[in-house]
Design a protein around this ligand. Structure first.
Ligand code: 1QQ
Length: 374
């Protein structure tokens, strides 16, 4: 995975003891440990996403530290699913010799915290943030997580085909950067189809009782319900929908890509359709190695958030080796040039907007697991 042969940084080497090393590509050697920070939601509403991300990073760290030339020091801090805490964590990383920060977990926190990294000239890479506009924060902001705009249109197209959709109700929480952005993409996508939006219903991400909204939705007799929500709302929403006799497909955005949905909603989760950035069943060599190593280390199956976190550390390693420097400005430039890096997500390239490009997949919950719909 770390194999990168195009580096030309030999000439920039020679600062022994620093973050600019000698050599290039696989032969790069950097004397000081490279510090990678991570701002993850380990507590709060997004804690279930953060736990997976932490494991994905820890696995990649252990593997990369086996390779020659670069030693990584990973420092994971809890952003508590809160913008204010995300800002504080980012300020600490920006103020020390951290080369790059991964996260924060939520777009809602990232829009507050990433500007601090950008102003400090420290690269930051979102590994789960999918709201529109995140990388517009500045030249130092990247992500390896596909955006809602990259995933939702094909998800909705697939559902229209599979279920012969004619009319839907849309529901979203209107107090979160990610869920609002996801809603906008859903609405725009639906507008470009023949599907009628019977109603659009809003809620708060802290809500847990959706019965009156769902009753209103059911009264419209939709063919499906399209939802932009984080996991803490998605679980009761899906559970209560089935209790109220809504058996139609429920179509979710990135917030639904969480096995906690099946663990907590049980049978109610069956038939939920989600667009995903990672195909767990992909037979590419990097994915197969990742699945086996994760199972071995944690005794569990990874989810999309673990795969994106794991892949991010490999992308960074690839970028550092490409010109043998972990200096912030050099690293920014080399991440911007990453092309077709083989990862469990597939071949990842960073585009001119500093967003990731790689294949996406449409999944459906079947027998308690995500299965590929198409
Ligand atoms: C965002 C998301 C969440 C589901 C991440 C956990 O996509 O906040 O952008």
């Amino acid at each position: 995975l770390a194999g990168c042969s195009t580096g030309g940084g030999g000439e920039s080497g020679g600062e022994a003891g620093g973050l600019v090393g000698t050599g290039s590509g696989d032969s790069c050697a950097i004397e000081s440990p490279v510090k990678v920070g991570a701002a993850l939601s380990l507590t709060g509403g997004a804690g279930s996403y953060g736990a997976s991300q932490q494991q994905g990073l820890e696995l990649a760290l252990a593997e990369l530290n086996e390779a020659d030339g670069i030693e990584y020091k990973l420092s994971i801090e809890d952003d508590a699913s809160e913008p204010r805490q995300g800002i504080s964590v980012m300020e600490t990383f920006a103020g020390d010799d951290t080369s790059i920060v991964l996260g924060p977990t939520l777009s809602n926190t990232a829009v507050a915290a990433m500007p601090i990294a950008n102003e400090a000239g420290m690269p930051v890479m979102g590994i789960s943030t999918t709201a529109g506009g995140i990388t517009d924060i500045g030249e130092f902001v990247f992500r390896d997580s596909l955006t809602e705009a990259q995933v939702i249109p094909q998800t909705i197209d697939a559902v229209i085909d599979e279920y012969d959709l004619k009319k839907v109700v849309v529901m979203y929480s209107n107090d979160d950067a990610f869920t609002e952005s996801g809603y906008e993409v859903m609405a725009e996508t639906l507008e470009g189809t023949d599907v009628e939006v019977l109603d659009t219903l809003t809620f708060s991400k802290a809500d847990t009782d959706f019965r009156s909204l769902l009753t209103a939705a059911k009264d419209k007799n939709p063919d499906a319900i399209v939802v932009s929500a984080l996991i803490e709302a998605a679980i009761p929403l899906v559970t209560q929908a089935r209790e109220l006799g809504i058996d139609q497909p429920i179509v979710g955005g990135n917030g639904f890509n969480n096995p906690k949905l099946m663990a907590d909603a049980g049978d109610a989760a069956e038939g939920v359709v989600v667009g995903a950035a990672w195909n767990s069943a992909s037979d590419n060599a990097e994915n197969q190695a990742f699945l086996a190593a994760y199972e071995e280390k944690f005794g569990a199956q990874p989810d999309q958030f673990a795969a994106q976190a794991y892949s991010a550390l490999y992308l960074i390693d690839d970028a550092i080796r490409s010109n043998c420097s972990a200096e912030r400005a050099d690293l920014r430039d080399s991440i911007a040039q990453l092309t077709d890096v083989a990862t469990p997500l597939g071949a990842v390239s960073i585009n001119e907007n500093r967003d990731a490009e790689h294949p996406a997949v449409v999944q459906i919950v079947k027998d308690g697991k995500f299965a590929v719909l198409r």
